[in-house]
Design a protein around this ligand. Sequence first.
Ligand code: COI
Length: 338
Amino acid sequence: MKELKAVEASKLKICVFNYREFDEARHFREISSELGIELVICREAPTLSTIHLAKGCSCISIITTPMDAELIGELHRLNVTMISTRTVGFDHIDLKAAREHGIRVSNATYAPEGVADYTIMLMLMASRQMKRIMERAHIQDFSLDGIQGKDFARMTIGVIGTGRIGQTVIRHLSGFGNPLLAYSLSESEEAKRYARYVSLEELLRQSDLITLHAPVDESNYHMINADTIPKMKRGVILVNTARGALIDTKALMDGIESGQIGAAALDVIEDEISLYYHDLKSKVLSHRDLAVLRSYPNVIVTPHMAFYTNQSVQDMVYASLKSCVLEAEGAENPWRVV
Ligand code: COI
Protein backbone atom coordinates (compact mmCIF):
# COMPACT_ATOMS: atom_id res chain seq x y z
CA MET A 1 0.00 0.00 0.00
CA LYS A 2 2.81 2.37 0.95
CA GLU A 3 4.65 1.51 -2.27
CA LEU A 4 1.52 2.22 -4.31
CA LYS A 5 1.18 5.61 -2.65
CA ALA A 6 4.78 6.44 -3.54
CA VAL A 7 4.11 5.59 -7.19
CA GLU A 8 0.91 7.66 -7.15
CA ALA A 9 2.77 10.60 -5.62
CA SER A 10 5.38 10.59 -8.37
CA LYS A 11 2.79 10.55 -11.15
CA LEU A 12 3.21 13.18 -13.84
CA LYS A 13 0.40 15.72 -13.47
CA ILE A 14 -0.93 17.53 -16.53
CA CYS A 15 -3.60 20.22 -16.58
CA VAL A 16 -5.79 19.85 -19.69
CA PHE A 17 -7.46 23.06 -20.85
CA ASN A 18 -10.35 23.19 -23.35
CA TYR A 19 -11.11 19.56 -22.48
CA ARG A 20 -14.00 18.31 -24.61
CA GLU A 21 -16.28 15.67 -23.12
CA PHE A 22 -17.98 14.62 -26.35
CA ASP A 23 -14.91 13.59 -28.35
CA GLU A 24 -11.69 13.81 -26.32
CA ALA A 25 -12.69 12.43 -22.91
CA ARG A 26 -12.48 8.74 -23.86
CA HIS A 27 -9.01 9.20 -25.34
CA PHE A 28 -7.78 11.22 -22.36
CA ARG A 29 -9.03 8.51 -19.99
CA GLU A 30 -7.49 5.63 -21.92
CA ILE A 31 -4.18 7.25 -22.83
CA SER A 32 -3.55 8.82 -19.41
CA SER A 33 -4.13 5.49 -17.72
CA GLU A 34 -1.87 3.71 -20.23
CA LEU A 35 0.90 6.29 -19.67
CA GLY A 36 0.37 6.54 -15.90
CA ILE A 37 -0.50 10.25 -15.90
CA GLU A 38 -2.75 12.20 -13.55
CA LEU A 39 -4.98 14.75 -15.27
CA VAL A 40 -6.51 17.96 -13.97
CA ILE A 41 -9.45 18.76 -16.20
CA CYS A 42 -10.55 22.25 -17.21
CA ARG A 43 -13.26 22.74 -19.83
CA GLU A 44 -12.38 26.43 -20.17
CA ALA A 45 -9.54 28.00 -22.13
CA PRO A 46 -6.31 28.91 -20.34
CA THR A 47 -6.69 32.58 -19.36
CA LEU A 48 -5.46 34.76 -16.53
CA SER A 49 -8.55 33.73 -14.55
CA THR A 50 -8.29 29.96 -15.16
CA ILE A 51 -4.55 29.40 -15.29
CA HIS A 52 -4.32 28.90 -11.50
CA LEU A 53 -5.87 25.45 -12.09
CA ALA A 54 -2.46 24.38 -13.37
CA LYS A 55 -0.98 24.79 -9.87
CA GLY A 56 0.81 21.59 -8.93
CA CYS A 57 1.02 20.41 -12.57
CA SER A 58 4.29 20.34 -14.45
CA CYS A 59 2.65 20.49 -17.88
CA ILE A 60 -0.42 21.97 -19.49
CA SER A 61 -2.19 20.68 -22.59
CA ILE A 62 -3.94 23.33 -24.70
CA ILE A 63 -5.50 23.87 -28.12
CA THR A 64 -5.60 27.20 -29.96
CA THR A 65 -5.92 29.81 -27.21
CA PRO A 66 -3.20 32.46 -27.56
CA MET A 67 -0.51 31.95 -24.94
CA ASP A 68 1.00 35.40 -24.63
CA ALA A 69 3.94 36.57 -22.54
CA GLU A 70 1.73 37.47 -19.57
CA LEU A 71 0.08 34.05 -19.43
CA ILE A 72 3.43 32.33 -19.89
CA GLY A 73 4.82 34.44 -17.03
CA GLU A 74 1.97 33.13 -14.85
CA LEU A 75 2.81 29.55 -15.82
CA HIS A 76 6.39 30.17 -14.79
CA ARG A 77 5.24 31.47 -11.40
CA LEU A 78 3.14 28.30 -11.02
CA ASN A 79 6.25 26.17 -11.76
CA VAL A 80 4.72 24.76 -14.94
CA THR A 81 7.60 23.67 -17.16
CA MET A 82 5.87 22.65 -20.35
CA ILE A 83 3.13 23.77 -22.75
CA SER A 84 1.93 20.95 -24.96
CA THR A 85 -0.48 22.01 -27.69
CA ARG A 86 -2.80 19.39 -29.15
CA THR A 87 -2.44 21.08 -32.55
CA VAL A 88 0.07 20.94 -35.38
CA GLY A 89 0.27 24.74 -35.55
CA PHE A 90 1.94 26.61 -32.68
CA ASP A 91 1.61 30.18 -33.93
CA HIS A 92 -0.69 30.90 -30.94
CA ILE A 93 2.21 30.47 -28.51
CA ASP A 94 4.74 33.21 -27.75
CA LEU A 95 7.83 31.05 -28.22
CA LYS A 96 10.18 33.86 -27.22
CA ALA A 97 8.45 34.24 -23.85
CA ALA A 98 8.51 30.47 -23.38
CA ARG A 99 12.26 30.39 -24.08
CA GLU A 100 12.89 33.28 -21.71
CA HIS A 101 11.09 31.45 -18.90
CA GLY A 102 12.70 28.10 -19.72
CA ILE A 103 9.31 26.59 -20.54
CA ARG A 104 9.28 23.82 -23.11
CA VAL A 105 6.74 23.86 -25.94
CA SER A 106 5.60 20.90 -28.00
CA ASN A 107 3.05 20.44 -30.75
CA ALA A 108 1.13 17.41 -32.00
CA THR A 109 1.03 15.47 -35.22
CA TYR A 110 -1.85 13.54 -36.64
CA ALA A 111 -2.56 11.66 -39.84
CA PRO A 112 -2.41 14.25 -42.68
CA GLU A 113 -5.16 12.56 -44.72
CA GLY A 114 -7.97 14.25 -42.77
CA VAL A 115 -6.91 17.78 -43.69
CA ALA A 116 -5.70 16.77 -47.16
CA ASP A 117 -8.98 15.15 -48.16
CA TYR A 118 -11.06 17.99 -46.71
CA THR A 119 -8.93 20.37 -48.79
CA ILE A 120 -9.62 18.40 -51.95
CA MET A 121 -13.33 18.37 -51.08
CA LEU A 122 -13.22 22.19 -50.83
CA MET A 123 -11.36 22.40 -54.16
CA LEU A 124 -14.06 20.33 -55.84
CA MET A 125 -16.86 22.26 -54.16
CA ALA A 126 -15.38 25.63 -55.14
CA SER A 127 -14.71 24.63 -58.74
CA ARG A 128 -18.20 23.13 -59.17
CA GLN A 129 -20.03 26.04 -57.47
CA MET A 130 -21.41 23.70 -54.85
CA LYS A 131 -22.41 26.46 -52.44
CA ARG A 132 -24.76 27.95 -55.00
CA ILE A 133 -26.04 24.53 -56.13
CA MET A 134 -26.93 23.58 -52.54
CA GLU A 135 -28.48 26.93 -51.68
CA ARG A 136 -30.63 26.84 -54.81
CA ALA A 137 -31.65 23.21 -54.37
CA HIS A 138 -32.70 24.05 -50.81
CA ILE A 139 -35.34 26.45 -52.17
CA GLN A 140 -36.28 24.17 -55.09
CA ASP A 141 -34.48 26.30 -57.63
CA PHE A 142 -33.26 23.58 -59.97
CA SER A 143 -32.20 25.90 -62.80
CA LEU A 144 -28.83 25.67 -64.58
CA ASP A 145 -28.13 29.31 -65.35
CA GLY A 146 -25.07 30.63 -63.50
CA ILE A 147 -23.80 27.42 -61.90
CA GLN A 148 -21.68 25.89 -64.63
CA GLY A 149 -18.56 24.34 -63.11
CA LYS A 150 -14.96 24.03 -64.22
CA ASP A 151 -13.50 20.69 -65.34
CA PHE A 152 -11.42 19.84 -62.34
CA ALA A 153 -8.68 17.69 -63.87
CA ARG A 154 -7.84 20.38 -66.41
CA MET A 155 -7.00 22.91 -63.77
CA THR A 156 -3.37 23.47 -62.88
CA ILE A 157 -3.14 23.33 -59.11
CA GLY A 158 -0.46 25.20 -57.18
CA VAL A 159 0.36 23.83 -53.73
CA ILE A 160 2.14 26.25 -51.39
CA GLY A 161 3.86 24.34 -48.59
CA THR A 162 4.83 20.70 -49.03
CA GLY A 163 5.06 19.38 -45.50
CA ARG A 164 3.08 16.28 -44.56
CA ILE A 165 -0.30 17.78 -45.48
CA GLY A 166 0.83 19.48 -48.72
CA GLN A 167 2.52 16.25 -49.83
CA THR A 168 -0.62 14.24 -49.14
CA VAL A 169 -2.76 16.73 -51.07
CA ILE A 170 -0.35 16.36 -54.01
CA ARG A 171 -0.32 12.56 -53.85
CA HIS A 172 -4.10 12.31 -53.65
CA LEU A 173 -4.56 14.87 -56.44
CA SER A 174 -2.28 12.83 -58.69
CA GLY A 175 -5.21 10.42 -58.99
CA PHE A 176 -7.27 13.16 -60.64
CA GLY A 177 -4.50 13.84 -63.15
CA ASN A 178 -4.21 17.63 -62.63
CA PRO A 179 -0.97 19.34 -63.65
CA LEU A 180 0.60 20.08 -60.24
CA LEU A 181 2.98 22.87 -59.25
CA ALA A 182 4.59 23.21 -55.84
CA TYR A 183 6.37 25.90 -53.89
CA SER A 184 7.93 25.34 -50.50
CA LEU A 185 10.94 26.49 -48.50
CA SER A 186 12.15 22.91 -48.34
CA GLU A 187 11.46 20.53 -51.19
CA SER A 188 10.17 17.00 -50.67
CA GLU A 189 11.15 13.96 -52.77
CA GLU A 190 7.63 12.56 -52.31
CA ALA A 191 6.07 15.75 -53.75
CA LYS A 192 8.53 15.70 -56.66
CA ARG A 193 7.09 12.36 -57.82
CA TYR A 194 3.88 14.13 -58.85
CA ALA A 195 4.47 17.90 -58.86
CA ARG A 196 6.97 20.32 -60.37
CA TYR A 197 8.64 22.74 -57.96
CA VAL A 198 8.62 26.30 -59.27
CA SER A 199 9.23 29.77 -57.86
CA LEU A 200 6.39 31.41 -55.96
CA GLU A 201 6.00 33.92 -58.80
CA GLU A 202 5.57 31.15 -61.36
CA LEU A 203 3.14 29.25 -59.18
CA LEU A 204 0.99 32.38 -58.76
CA ARG A 205 1.11 33.08 -62.51
CA GLN A 206 0.37 29.55 -63.77
CA SER A 207 -2.14 28.12 -61.31
CA ASP A 208 -5.90 27.94 -61.85
CA LEU A 209 -6.30 26.93 -58.23
CA ILE A 210 -3.94 27.74 -55.35
CA THR A 211 -4.01 25.88 -52.05
CA LEU A 212 -2.12 26.89 -48.89
CA HIS A 213 -0.41 24.39 -46.59
CA ALA A 214 2.29 26.38 -44.81
CA PRO A 215 2.54 27.19 -41.12
CA VAL A 216 2.39 30.95 -40.55
CA ASP A 217 5.28 33.04 -39.21
CA GLU A 218 6.70 36.55 -39.75
CA SER A 219 8.19 35.52 -43.10
CA ASN A 220 4.90 34.54 -44.76
CA TYR A 221 2.32 36.57 -42.82
CA HIS A 222 -0.17 37.91 -45.43
CA MET A 223 1.72 36.25 -48.29
CA ILE A 224 -1.53 36.46 -50.26
CA ASN A 225 -1.99 40.23 -50.43
CA ALA A 226 -2.70 43.23 -52.65
CA ASP A 227 0.66 42.73 -54.43
CA THR A 228 0.46 38.98 -54.98
CA ILE A 229 -3.24 38.67 -55.93
CA PRO A 230 -2.84 40.67 -59.20
CA LYS A 231 -0.02 38.29 -60.21
CA MET A 232 -2.47 35.38 -60.22
CA LYS A 233 -4.58 34.25 -63.19
CA ARG A 234 -7.87 36.11 -63.45
CA GLY A 235 -10.62 33.95 -61.93
CA VAL A 236 -8.18 31.91 -59.81
CA ILE A 237 -9.64 29.73 -57.04
CA LEU A 238 -8.04 30.09 -53.58
CA VAL A 239 -8.26 27.37 -50.92
CA ASN A 240 -6.95 27.83 -47.39
CA THR A 241 -7.03 25.08 -44.78
CA ALA A 242 -3.77 26.20 -43.12
CA ARG A 243 -3.86 29.51 -41.23
CA GLY A 244 -5.98 32.61 -41.78
CA ALA A 245 -3.05 34.99 -41.37
CA LEU A 246 -1.48 33.73 -44.62
CA ILE A 247 -4.10 35.83 -46.43
CA ASP A 248 -4.74 39.56 -46.06
CA THR A 249 -8.53 39.36 -45.73
CA LYS A 250 -9.16 42.88 -47.04
CA ALA A 251 -7.10 42.19 -50.18
CA LEU A 252 -8.95 38.90 -50.63
CA MET A 253 -12.31 40.66 -50.44
CA ASP A 254 -11.16 43.27 -52.97
CA GLY A 255 -9.95 40.44 -55.23
CA ILE A 256 -13.30 38.65 -55.02
CA GLU A 257 -15.29 41.84 -55.65
CA SER A 258 -13.18 42.71 -58.71
CA GLY A 259 -13.45 39.19 -60.14
CA GLN A 260 -9.68 38.65 -60.00
CA ILE A 261 -10.41 35.82 -57.57
CA GLY A 262 -13.10 33.59 -59.07
CA ALA A 263 -13.88 31.61 -55.92
CA ALA A 264 -12.47 30.88 -52.49
CA ALA A 265 -12.87 28.12 -49.93
CA LEU A 266 -11.63 29.06 -46.48
CA ASP A 267 -11.53 26.72 -43.53
CA VAL A 268 -9.50 29.34 -41.67
CA ILE A 269 -9.69 33.12 -41.51
CA GLU A 270 -7.85 35.84 -39.64
CA ASP A 271 -8.99 36.49 -36.06
CA GLU A 272 -11.15 33.40 -35.87
CA ILE A 273 -10.12 32.41 -32.37
CA SER A 274 -13.01 33.92 -30.39
CA LEU A 275 -15.59 32.46 -32.80
CA TYR A 276 -14.73 28.96 -33.80
CA TYR A 277 -15.81 25.95 -31.76
CA HIS A 278 -18.51 28.00 -29.99
CA ASP A 279 -22.25 27.92 -30.61
CA LEU A 280 -22.97 31.56 -31.53
CA LYS A 281 -26.29 31.11 -33.31
CA SER A 282 -28.14 33.61 -31.14
CA LYS A 283 -25.29 36.12 -30.96
CA VAL A 284 -24.43 39.19 -33.00
CA LEU A 285 -21.41 38.14 -35.03
CA SER A 286 -18.41 40.22 -33.97
CA HIS A 287 -16.44 39.65 -37.16
CA ARG A 288 -17.59 41.81 -40.05
CA ASP A 289 -15.19 40.31 -42.56
CA LEU A 290 -16.55 36.85 -41.85
CA ALA A 291 -20.11 38.07 -42.37
CA VAL A 292 -19.16 39.68 -45.69
CA LEU A 293 -17.17 36.68 -46.90
CA ARG A 294 -20.06 34.35 -46.07
CA SER A 295 -22.40 36.55 -48.08
CA TYR A 296 -20.46 36.06 -51.33
CA PRO A 297 -22.00 33.32 -53.50
CA ASN A 298 -18.59 32.10 -54.62
CA VAL A 299 -16.97 31.87 -51.18
CA ILE A 300 -17.27 28.82 -48.95
CA VAL A 301 -16.37 29.40 -45.31
CA THR A 302 -16.09 26.49 -42.87
CA PRO A 303 -15.14 26.87 -39.19
CA HIS A 304 -11.65 25.33 -39.05
CA MET A 305 -12.90 21.77 -39.29
CA ALA A 306 -10.50 20.20 -41.78
CA PHE A 307 -8.59 18.41 -39.01
CA TYR A 308 -11.69 16.99 -37.38
CA THR A 309 -11.78 13.19 -37.74
CA ASN A 310 -11.89 10.47 -35.11
CA GLN A 311 -8.30 9.42 -35.80
CA SER A 312 -6.98 12.99 -35.62
CA VAL A 313 -8.56 13.67 -32.23
CA GLN A 314 -7.09 10.48 -30.81
CA ASP A 315 -3.66 11.32 -32.28
CA MET A 316 -3.81 14.87 -30.87
CA VAL A 317 -4.50 13.64 -27.35
CA TYR A 318 -1.84 10.95 -27.60
CA ALA A 319 0.88 13.28 -28.93
CA SER A 320 0.12 15.92 -26.32
CA LEU A 321 0.33 13.53 -23.36
CA LYS A 322 3.17 11.39 -24.67
CA SER A 323 5.38 14.39 -25.34
CA CYS A 324 4.97 15.50 -21.70
CA VAL A 325 6.02 12.02 -20.60
CA LEU A 326 9.07 12.05 -22.87
CA GLU A 327 10.17 15.45 -21.54
CA ALA A 328 9.65 14.31 -17.95
CA GLU A 329 11.81 11.25 -18.63
CA GLY A 330 14.49 13.36 -20.30
CA ALA A 331 13.99 11.31 -23.47
CA GLU A 332 14.11 12.60 -27.02
CA ASN A 333 10.78 14.24 -27.86
CA PRO A 334 9.87 14.31 -31.57
CA TRP A 335 7.17 16.93 -30.92
CA ARG A 336 9.43 19.43 -29.15
CA VAL A 337 9.27 22.95 -30.62
CA VAL A 338 11.20 24.84 -27.90
C1 COI B 1 -3.82 22.34 -36.08
O1 COI B 1 -3.69 21.21 -35.58
O2 COI B 1 -2.86 23.11 -36.19
C2 COI B 1 -5.14 22.76 -36.55
O3 COI B 1 -5.20 23.61 -37.39
C3 COI B 1 -6.36 22.18 -35.90
C4 COI B 1 -6.61 22.83 -34.59
C5 COI B 1 -7.00 24.25 -34.72
C6 COI B 1 -7.66 22.14 -33.76
